[in-house]
Design a protein around this ligand. Sequence first.
Ligand code: SF4
Length: 401
Amino acid sequence: MANPTSELTAALERAGDGGRLTPEEAVELYRDAPLHALGRAADAVRRRRYADRQHLATYIIERNINYTNVCVTACKFCAFYAPPKDTERGWSRDLDDILRRCAETVELGGTQIMFQGGHHPDYGVEYYEGMFGAIKEQFPQLVIHSLGASEIEHMAKVSQVSVEEAIARIRDAGLDSLAGAGAELLPARARNAIAPLKESGERWLEIMGIAHGMGVESTATMLMGTGETNAERIEHLRMIRDVQDRTGGFRAFIPYTYQPENNKLKGRTQATPMEYLRMIAVARLFLDNVEHIQGSWLTTGKDMGQLSLHYGADDLGSVMLEENVVSSAGAKHRSNLPELLELIRGSDRVPAQRNTTYEILRVHDDPAQDAVEERVVSHLSSTADTGEGAHRRRLKVLPVS
Ligand code: SF4
């Protein structure tokens, strides 16, 4: 990498001091800034933002419940879905199964449920109302941080109601906040290349903005490595930052990397670990209006997760008790609570469990006091790590039209 220009050095210093970057400056920093200088500036911003808790790195215990893999949207990067006609591979969980998984989550100290599933042709607003209502009735302590703008758009179409009505009804039934699912890449060319049947990036943001205005906050994600350009990555950040200036409803930004197995893109491209670290750092600098930046060990690996905490991330995601979507596409990383605590300590931070709104629930400042709960392990029932057919046998496979 060539020596940085004086303009680039000045932009990095300004961003490190809390100044706002232009998209053009962000592209230059992302592409050309020396890696360590970039990380140092991002870490300086993190430390200033969390002056009273800069020694901490947070995590959450959650369960990701994949309620159906039946999907009409056929994204090219997705290894999880089955088209409605494929009744061999298509499945849906029944409500009893979902409630049992919620009960396990509570028993293991989890605080959050994240529903993620396909765009099932029959699942309208009523389906989610029924599910969320039943969960809140039995487990009022569980936070339902689930779905994204794509699911909202889909359920509103199925039920032939406005997205405002869909959001209001599932909020009233128990939805606490929206996850950032479905953002993928927001700029049009990159999005059309991998998810041509999804709503546009502008529409995704519009629906998130509507939800924010109705008191339903969210996170925002980014899928890196499907062949997008550096400029498109930064454009994704710009689109989020502009909406955030208006609504303030994005609690966190979570980039993660495309997994190459079992999907139509066939792993032609992938983001490198360095590209990922640079994105974490530039996101911390560019998204001056988003509070939390989450490092991901699930798709990038534990070492990268540790490093991300030195490149601007303040949170290391979750002990995810269940995950089937990125696992289906090849994400092999697993963790359990003791290991996640050690990962964070190995990164010179004190681990702290948080809830969905990032309040600290407990600080693990004494390793001798760590609870030994070996069942708090990621992928408790993933398709990727159970024996052949075991996962399927636990499912009620419903016929789909
Ligand atoms: S990413 Fe989601 S919407 Fe796209 S095909 Fe997979 S399950 Fe369907």
